[in-house]
Each structure stands twice: as structure tokens, then as C-alpha cells.
Design a protein. Structure first.
Length: 173
């Protein structure tokens, strides 16, 4: 009797060890793209203007919170994608000063997060064919489990950044 129990336990142990040996390599599902994460409506949590010249020269103050000024609490932006999770249009709503074109078309520099730690770029276009680029945003924080993202608009002169605007956004359900 004792021998039968030992053999039974050995069989159960073998089944548990080798019975579920199917490797899940993710090939059965398409990977989640940044387009899927950025898609939707976003409201402003915080808007900060950064004086890049002052910051690089350690001059204080080098930042100013614009969140409560110029009606920015009304700022909302929508990034739309089609049924295949390809980018279509974007639109800024709210009675706020335009820091970039309030509507147009968009696409990312990469469908997936950069592996080298650099920020993905959100290219803004004026035409549906996406041939006339009008601006560029940096996606510095990709939405994840907390439904927040951060985008940055950098203004340059002669290739040198002099001011940037950092938008902290929260998803609107």
C-alpha cells in the first residue's frame, strides 16, 4: 500500500513538472503599442515652463508653474487612432493659449518604447497624408498602470533649446 502511494505521488509530481511545459512566447497576441496607450482623452494635471538656458547655467529660478494661469485648467487633448491602432488626428480643447497647433494629425517616432531610454517623439502634422510636419512633442513618460503621461514641447533657436513646456496629463475615462 505504501509503495502504491509513493508511485502515485511520483506520477503526480511528474505530471505537474512536465505536463504544463508549453512555452508562452507571446506569439499568439500582438504586442501592446504606445499608440494603444496614448489613444484617448487627456486632461492637464500640471504645466511647467522651463527656462533651458537658466537651467543649464544653474540660474534660479528656472521653472514656472503655468497650471493655474491662462485658463490651463481647461486644457484637454485627444489623440485618436483607427481600428488598427494607427494614429489619425489630435485635438486640443479648452480656452487656452496655443503652444502648438490645436488640431491636426499625429504619429510616433516608434510604435514601441525606445530601448535606449530616449523619449519617443510625437510628430504633429497639418495634413492627413502626414507630409507637412508642424511640430514635435517628446513623450517623456508613457502611460501605464496609473493612466498618466508626460509630454514635453521644446523650443529651439539655432539648434539650442531655450524653453520647454512639460505637460503632465491624466486620462479621462
Amino acid at each position: 500500500m505504501k509503495c502504491k502511494i509513493m508511485y502515485g505521488l511520483a506520477v503526480v509530481l511528474c505530471l505537474l513538472t512536465f505536463g504544463c511545459n508549453e512555452i508562452d512566447d507571446g506569439s499568439s497576441v500582438a504586442p501592446i503599442t504606445v499608440y494603444e496607450k496614448v489613444n484617448g482623452n487627456w486632461s492637464l494635471m500640471n504645466l511647467k515652463m522651463v527656462d533651458e538656458f537658466a537651467k543649464s547655467n544653474a540660474i534660479e529660478p528656472n521653472e514656472q508653474n503655468l497650471s493655474t494661469l491662462f485658463n490651463y485648467p481647461d486644457f484637454k487633448i485627444n489623440f485618436s487612432v483607427d481600428d488598427n491602432n494607427q494614429p489619425t488626428s489630435y485635438e486640443v480643447t479648452g480656452n487656452v493659449p496655443s503652444l502648438f497647433a490645436p488640431k491636426g494629425y499625429w504619429k510616433l517616432s516608434s510604435s514601441f518604447q525606445e530601448t535606449n531610454g530616449t523619449a519617443a517623439r510625437i510628430y504633429l502634422y497639418s495634413d492627413v497624408q502626414k507630409t507637412h510636419k508642424i511640430d514635435e512633442l517628446r513623450l517623456t513618460s508613457v502611460p501605464g498602470s496609473n493612466d498618466q503621461m508626460e509630454i514635453q514641447l521644446v523650443r529651439t533657436s539655432g539648434g539650442t533649446a531655450f524653453v520647454s513646456y512639460v505637460f503632465k496629463l491624466k486620462a479621462i475615462n
